[in-house]
Design a protein around this ligand. Structure first.
Ligand code: PMT
Length: 414
């Protein structure tokens, strides 16, 4: 069992999640959901229905979950396992949810351990239906979904795609990433509720001719992770990116290519933002002239004259409105602390998130990063190597503390 593998500081650390698995073909995907939840620090207790046991074995869950799966109301010494699990859970996830469990949950029919636990909890419930298109579209199923939604149950809708019988249509279980993201969203404190957050991501490209450009290795992963975290915390998010990665439809995404386009788009959105985070790797120089036709080798080695682009972060620092929090990144290869602190001052930012991109697995294109967050107030927060989503969480923890400090009501005078 995997409880000792759960990271103590993961975003779901200390959270108890019941993972209900019902008897759909998609039950095999719940194994991946289980593993990911444990990886994020959750204590996962699986409940497998009789039908689920026809699809997946309990041994797999025994190996991956935090405790052995429960399969019956009557297997434990505990005479009331459903109320105990319902009361002490932080969230219940039903994945996959068949038409049968939707109906039982809607009507409050406690026919087995899972349906009994579902009506014995006040914790958030996340239901992930999966079934054939005809079943999903049937009025009885849609009616049950509407009632559950009205009761505040979170539904992760099925996707279009290939179904168990080989045909295609709506009804395929949402991806494990989407499901885990919904769980994270349900369990994240909405401390950015009502706030507007602007984030940039990816590397700009400055054309030399129609086929060549000056660019860098930024994948956009760090900026996207920041946008997803801000969205989970309840902010209205605008993401200005040069790359296309999967992202919640709640996020307003603008796509740009060059530093000039990035500058224009950031300027358009900056005034409305309470928090701006410049995670993009913006070119410092661009060719003065862009050749209209492909430059030919036969004409000799070209001389390309470069000019400076606008330093967007520095401009934002000069125009910063009252209460706005401005965060820059610094991609450094040497003298990290000195360079980052000098950027903090020169660019008028509240925080600079410095990454030493010469270190292994840090910065450009990796799934991981390690940063030090330097504050204009003299604070320094070090975050060792971890996933970019974890780095994003640390950055927003810092931003939220600063936001809370700046909006704290003045002490009444005596
Ligand atoms: O995208 P990934 O593959 O996930 O990689 C993440 C990252 C390494 C790109 C990211 O963590 C990072 O360090 N981003 C900033 C990269 C960078 O351009 O650093 P810099 O030290 O050159 O710039 C300092 C700051 O000024 C940055 O906030 C940058 O957005 C900003 N800048 C730079 C130039 C310019 N013309 N305008 C700017 O606003």
């Amino acid at each position: 069992m995997a409880d000792d593998l759960a990271p103590p500081d993961g975003p779901l650390a200390g959270k108890r999640i019941v993972l209900g698995v019902t008897g759909g073909i998609a039950a095999y995907k719940s194994i991946e959901v289980c593993r990911r939840l444990v990886d994020l620090g959750a204590h996962v207790t699986p409940i497998l229905t009789d039908a689920a046991l026809n699809m997946v074995g309990s041994t797999t869950f025994k190996a991956l979950a935090s405790e052995a799966p429960k399969t019956s109301l009557f297997e434990d010494e505990d005479p009331i396992p459903h109320t105990r699990m319902g009361q002490r859970s932080d969230a219940l996830v039903v994945c996959p949810a068949t038409a049968r469990i939707l109906s039982d949950y809607r009507t409050g029919r406690s026919a087995d351990l899972l349906s009994a636990t579902l009506i014995a909890t006040e914790a958030p419930v996340i239901v992930c239906p999966a079934m054939h298109t005809e079943m999903w579209e049937h009025p009885s199923v849609q009616d049950n979904i509407a009632v559950l939604l009205a009761r505040g149950v979170l539904i992760v809708p099925p996707e279009e795609g290939r179904l168990a019988g080989g045909d295609s249509g709506k009804g395929r279980l949402a991806s494990p990433e989407t499901i885990v993201d919904a769980v994270l969203g349900a369990l994240t404190i909405k401390d950015l509720d009502g706030r507007s957050v602007l984030i940039t991501a990816g590397g700009t490209r400055e054309a030399i001719d129609p086929v060549r450009f000056i660019g860098n290795h930024s994948s956009g992963k760090q900026g996207y992770a920041l946008a997803a975290e801000a969205n989970r915390r309840g902010a209205r998010v605008t993401l200005i990116a040069t790359t296309q990665l999967p992202i919640s439809p709640d996020i307003n995404q603008e796509t740009v290519t060059t530093a000039a386009q990035m500058h224009e788009m950031v300027t358009r959105h900056a005034d409305a933002a309470d928090v701006i985070i410049m995670a993009a790797a913006v070119a410092d120089f661009r060719p003065v002239e862009v050749a209209e036709q492909k430059i030919k080798k036969a004409n000799g080695t070209p001389q390309i004259t470069l000019e400076r682009t606008v330093d967007i972060l520095a401009e934002l620092g000069q125009k910063k409105k009252q209460g706005q929090i401005l965060v820059g990144f610094a991609a450094e290869t040497n003298n990290v602390a000195k360079n980052a602190q000098s950027k903090l001052e020169r660019k008028g930012a509240d925080f600079i998130v410095a990454n030493d991109v010469s270190a292994p697995d840090v910065g450009f294109a990796h799934d991981t990063n390690a940063v030090t967050i330097y504050g204009a107030d003299g604070s320094t927060t070090q975050v060792s190597l971890r996933g970019k989503d974890e780095i994003a969480r640390a950055v927003f923890n810092t931003v939220v503390s600063a936001d809370t400090a700046s909006t704290k009501p003045a002490r009444p005078s005596t």
